[in-house]
Design a protein around this ligand. Structure first.
Ligand code: AMP
Length: 282
């Protein structure tokens, strides 16, 4: 497995991989890898001739006062996991290489960034879209693997790929959870034992809404209210609980067919997100 640290070296390696080991599958990550990341890398390695993993804590997607400086970093363990899962290369550029001083080109997908996390994290999705486009340019993948855990990100990247004719198949992968339902996240490392228990209110809330839907309640406000109840009881500070269309991410008043319920909430000083699909019985 090669460790590549400059965009030009990555581009050269990617060209060679495309010729000899196509298709090339890319797994973009910010490192601090966990079993959720592992599932993406395993799938990319299983479905592609070559799997490339990027490790880059992208400063452009963190707002002022967010956790960029203290974001967990664990290079040795990350490289071990990439090797175990059969990645052929790890791309780990420096921030200076990705954003040189003169950098001034940004990608925005406003229609998909305006709701859910958008208003709570101004500039976040602009940073995400821009870095993913740059990772695609350096790694030249045929496919790229993203988790449904970050559902808004997945939908937004799909749109960017289509809008800009990037020729990358964007593959969405299911959320990996702990046995008790907590979605794996690098940010779970911030939680104390007591907060970890309270963090279960996110998935409990989502499942409560799902159960209510199964009982016949289709009004989004009622479903969101049920989820909020769980979060409130756990003392979580809710940024939003919303029921949205799975492709446009626009709020829906009622669940007819498929929808997505998504939550963002603070447990102490840690902001967590989660989401699940909702399907109304025909
Ligand atoms: P991150 O390092 O948090 O930026 O995540 C890198 C990729 O891993 C993104 O596509 C995430 O959606 C995905 N991911 C993060 N957590 C999980 C999880 N629990 N299950 C599946 N994929 C995940």
């Amino acid at each position: 497995m090669r460790l590549i640290e400059s965009p030009s070296e990555m581009r050269e390696a990617a060209e060679a991989l495309r010729l000899s080991r196509a298709p090339v599958g890319l797994v973009p990550t910010m490192g601090a890898l966990h079993e959720g990341h592992r599932s993406l890398i395993r799938r990319a390695a299983g479905e592609c001739g070559a799997a490339v993993v990027s490790l880059f804590v992208n400063p452009a997607q963190f707002g002022p006062g967010e956790d960029f400086a203290r974001y967990p970093r664990s290079l040795e363990a990350d490289l071990r996991m990439c090797r175990e899962e059969g990645a052929v290369a790890v791309y780990r550029p420096s921030a200076e290489a990705v954003y040189p001083g003169c950098f001034s080109t940004w990608v925005e997908v406003p229609a998909l960034a305006e709701g859910l996390c958008g208003p709570h994290r101004p500039g976040h999705f602009r940073g995400v879209a821009t870095v993913v486009l740059k990772l695609f340019a350096a790694c030249r993948p045929h496919r790229a693997y993203f988790g449904e855990k970050d559902y808004q990100q997945l939908v937004l990247i799909r749109r960017m790929e289509r809008d800009l004719d990037l020729g990358v198949e964007v593959v969405g992968c299911p959320t990996v959870r702990e046995a008790d339902g907590l979605a794996l996240s690098s940010r779970n490392a911030y939680l104390s034992a007591e907060e970890r228990l309270r963090a279960l209110s996110l998935i409990r809330g989502l499942r409560k809404a799902e159960a209510l839907l199964a009982e016949g309640e289709r009004a989004s406000a009622r479903l969101a209210q049920a989820a909020c109840g769980e979060l409130d009881r756990a003392g979580a500070r809710v940024d939003y609980v919303e029921v949205v269309h799975p492709a446009t991410l626009k709020p829906v008043e009622r669940v007819e067919g498929e929808a997505r319920i998504a939550v963002a909430a603070w447990i102490g000083g840690t902001r967590l997100i989660d989401n699940i699909p909702l399907r109304a019985a025909p």
